[in-house]
Design a protein around this ligand. Structure first.
Ligand SMILES: [Zn+2]
Length: 423
């Protein structure tokens, strides 16, 4: 599998460096150009830089069942708002003259559901204040999920919003571990009308069952800061028998580090120097210094930028600021058409939701539905091979409305209009 990734990297060099190679490529087909890269490693790669922020409430008490969330960092002009300042952004430009991009992984956790602000507290507050600014610099919204429930912690000898380490239909409080995650994702999509293309696991936790579930849902996974995976492996597709090994699953797992480790950053420039395109992805939180002079998010971006400009000039290697989805797309070389649209209908006679089959879909489309009691949940659609469609029979009479949601292999989202199942 890693061999395949490397092939994709090499192939993709042709795309990224097309403008440097117009003369060389003029007389060659694209395939010929790829061949050129394979045999002449002197053509350098690019370092694609992804800045991830896990966007959370910074004072959540994991030992308290219900509490009001501190959302101070989400008001304008605070730690997050300051990063949308155009003078600052424009002071951080890559080798192509484009400004820094940030991928905001908005956090959800079951514990937030039991606060006055509710399950959608973080995405709602973030999007309210900064949603319209996202397109200014090509920022992206990803999903950050903390897999947790309220249960007795044997070590701490107390109840708390403790991390769950299973994904096996085990029940902790009321819902099973799988149901918790699915209803969290459903709420994220349904309430924000956003289908995330990129994911980061809370506490960096994933196991193989969780990974296999993710593999039907979200194409790009920036959770790998795992000691189980060789540090030289930047991008891979996991195996269905181990999330930590490469295999034949579909989503792309990208290494994303927390520390600004100069040895690691240098190693990526060295890979690029040998002709590879690489992703340098790093993450932090909206915690810490929040004043204009001491803003943790800005300080981290600046420190990384200083490394990048120095190494870029030392190795004569270009770096490019990308969002999470964009970097994974560039690396995989998957080509998608601009519009991604699925035909969705409701058959009242059979009470069945139908979506036309589309091979561009990543994984399986889901139906996100809201019950009359306000509970939001989701279910996978099933493939109907003869009819070439995905289907979902609405058996629950309590469903008040639903949307069909999906994502393409390139991370383009699809959300149908909200529909009401007629009688
Ligand atoms: Zn987190």
């Amino acid at each position: 599998m890693l061999g395949t990734c490397a092939d994709l990297l090499i192939e993709n060099s042709a795309m990224i460096f097309a403008r440097h190679l117009l003369v060389v490529c003029a007389a060659l087909s694209m395939a010929g150009c790829t061949h050129f890269f394979l045999n002449h490693a002197k053509v350098p790669g690019t370092v694609l830089v992804v800045y991830c922020v896990d966007t959370e409430s910074n004072a959540f008490n994991y030992g308290q069942f219900s509490q009001s969330l501190n959302l101070n960092s989400f008001v304008p002009n605070n730690i997050i708002g300051q990063t949308f300042d155009s003078t600052w952004r424009d002071s951080l430009t890559d080798s192509y003259g484009s400004s820094l991009k940030i991928t905001w992984f908005l956090m959800t956790i079951e514990g937030y559901r039991h606060t006055p602000q509710g399950i959608n507290a973080i995405p709602e507050k973030f999007l309210k204040h900064f949603g319209e600014r996202l397109s200014d610099y090509g920022d992206e919204i990803g999903w950050h999920y903390h897999h947790a429930d309220w249960y007795w912690n044997k070590q701490k000898k107390q109840f708390g919003w403790n991390q769950i380490q299973t994904f096996s239909d085990s029940v902790y409080r009321e819902k099973s571990d799988r149901q918790l995650a699915f209803t969290q994702l459903a709420s994220f999509i349904y309430l924000n009308q956003i289908y995330p293309a990129s994911f980061r696991a809370g506490w960096n936790w994933e196991n193989t069952d969780f990974s296999n579930w993710q593999d039907s849902l979200i194409p790009f996974d920036y959770s790998n800061n795992w000691p189980e995976v060789d540090k030289n492996v930047i991008v891979y597709r996991p195996s269905h028998t181990s999330v930590f090994e490469s295999g034949n699953l579909y989503r792309t797992i990208v290494r994303c580090v927390d520390k600004l480790d100069t040895t690691y950053i240098k190693s990526l420039f060295e890979k690029a120097d040998k002709g590879e395109n690489v992703i340098l992805s790093h993450y932090t939180h909206n915690y810490g210094g929040t004043s204009k002079k001491n803003n943790t998010l800005k300080a981290r971006a600046r420190a990384m930028h200083n490394y990048l400009t120095r190494l870029s000039s030392r190795y004569s290697i270009s770096f490019r600021y990308c969002s999470a989805r964009e970097a994974a797309d560039l690396l995989s070389g998957t080509i998608c058409s601009n519009d991604f649209d699925i035909d969705v209908s409701f058959d009242p006679q059979n009470r069945t939701i139908r979506a036309e089959f589309d091979e561009r879909v990543f994984g399986t489309p889901i139906v996100c539905y809201e019950r009359k009691d306000g509970w939001i949940d989701a279910a996978f659609m099933k493939l109907n091979v003869p009819l070439k469609s995905w289907e979902y029979p609405v058996e629950d009479a309590g469903i008040a409305g639903f949307i069909v949601a999906s994502v393409s292999k390139c991370g383009q989202s699809f959300l149908s209009d909200r529909m009401v199942p007629q009688k």
